[in-house]
Design a protein around this ligand. Structure first.
Ligand code: SF4
Length: 326
């Protein structure tokens, strides 16, 4: 399919999110929502699972020009099903013209997507619900004080996984692979996106809109408040996550995976980690070589597998052994 998004020149100019929302400055999730809405246009109803972005709406004010419904953590896909069914029934009875149909979008943080609402999203995918599911993944429970979630990566310090004598590296578990959990359901469309890669994101939303059924997007959402960085660095961090290979950009159409941005040479993960206070304990007061190497090796393993399965010759992961003898 020929894309209408070739460069940033095609970035849609219409705005559906007014300035002045009561969110943290530099919130990656807000940037993604703004771009996502531009790509979908104005005929949208947002079903918002409890999380940071529910604070967009402080009654009676809203920065959104689209319709919006708030649900509990666990039930946004069920809310989306109710709205989709109501729209379909109204159109079938001729009470709503086809041209006034709405795109149903679940908007959720990682807490609802990876943990509390996983059951209801699994059910919605299984039922083939025609909806968009957008996760702004800031890798912790942001609006309740940055507690660990199922999306928290190894080594991150959160308020429930601080570095201790027993676990000096901070969180000792691994981030769930939500992309693969969803892919096992075989939805028509599934993608990862990042606020730094706008054209990539617009193209993916455009591709997804050609499918009826579940269309799922997981976006890295740098969080200045929880990750500990200056709000002006949101896009820089997002770009670094992609360039270091920590946040692979990919899509899957009926389960077939393709990476849409392939770094020629991966930057060391250290460049990404060092810019965030949540990883500061890996570098001071003493450098935790083993933990840093472990994170790098996991990234290397991932990209070596991608090279082998997709035939990219260009990815050169960092060889830590060589790097240390330089
Ligand atoms: S805590 Fe993080 S994710 Fe939540 S609104 Fe603030 S910057 Fe955004």
């Amino acid at each position: 399919m020929e894309t209408r998004f070739k460069t940033l020149r095609e970035f849609p100019l219409d705005e559906y999110l007014s300035p002045g929302a009561t969110m943290c400055a530099g919130c990656g999730g807000m940037i993604v929502l703004r771009i996502f809405h531009k790509a979908l246009g104005g005929n949208v109803v947002i079903v918002n699972a409890a999380g940071c972005l529910t604070l967009l709406q402080v009654y009676p004010y809203t920065p959104l020009k689209s319709s919006w419904m708030y649900t509990a953590f666990a039930s946004a896909p069920a809310g989306a099903q109710g709205i989709r069914d109501a729209l379909d029934i109204l159109m079938e009875k001729g009470k709503l013209p086809q041209g006034e149909d709405l795109k149903v979008v679940v908007l959720t943080g990682d807490g609802a997507a990876y943990d509390i609402g996983l059951q209801s999203s699994s059910g919605a995918i299984e039922r083939g619900l025609d909806f968009y599911y957008l996760v702004y993944d800031n890798e912790a429970y942001g609006n309740t004080g940055f507690q660990r979630s199922g999306a928290t990566p190894f080594g991150s310090s959160t308020t429930t996984t601080p570095p201790t004598n027993l676990n000096p590296a901070g969180y000792s578990g691994m981030k769930k692979d939500l992309f693969e959990i969803w892919r096992s359901h075989n939805p028509p469309y599934l993608a990862t996106i990042a606020p730094s890669h706008v054209v990539d994101m617009l193209r993916k939303i455009e591709t997804a809109s050609g499918f009826r059924g579940p269309k799922l997007f997981i976006s890295l959402s740098p969080c200045p408040t929880g990750w500990g960085f200056d709000p002006s660095e949101t896009i820089k961090l997002s770009r670094l996550a992609v360039e270091c290979g920590v946040w692979p950009l990919k899509e899957a159409v009926y389960g077939k995976v393709r990476h849409t941005v392939v770094p020629k040479v991966l930057k060391p993960v250290e460049e990404y980690l060092r810019r965030q206070n949540r990883y500061a304990h890996l570098f001071t007061p003493t450098r935790q070589e083993e933990a840093i190497n472990f994170i790098q090796e996991k990234v290397n393993e991932y990209w070596l597998k991608v090279s082998a399965t997709e035939g990219h010759e260009v990815i050169k992961p960092i060889n830590l052994a060589e790097k240390q003898t330089e």
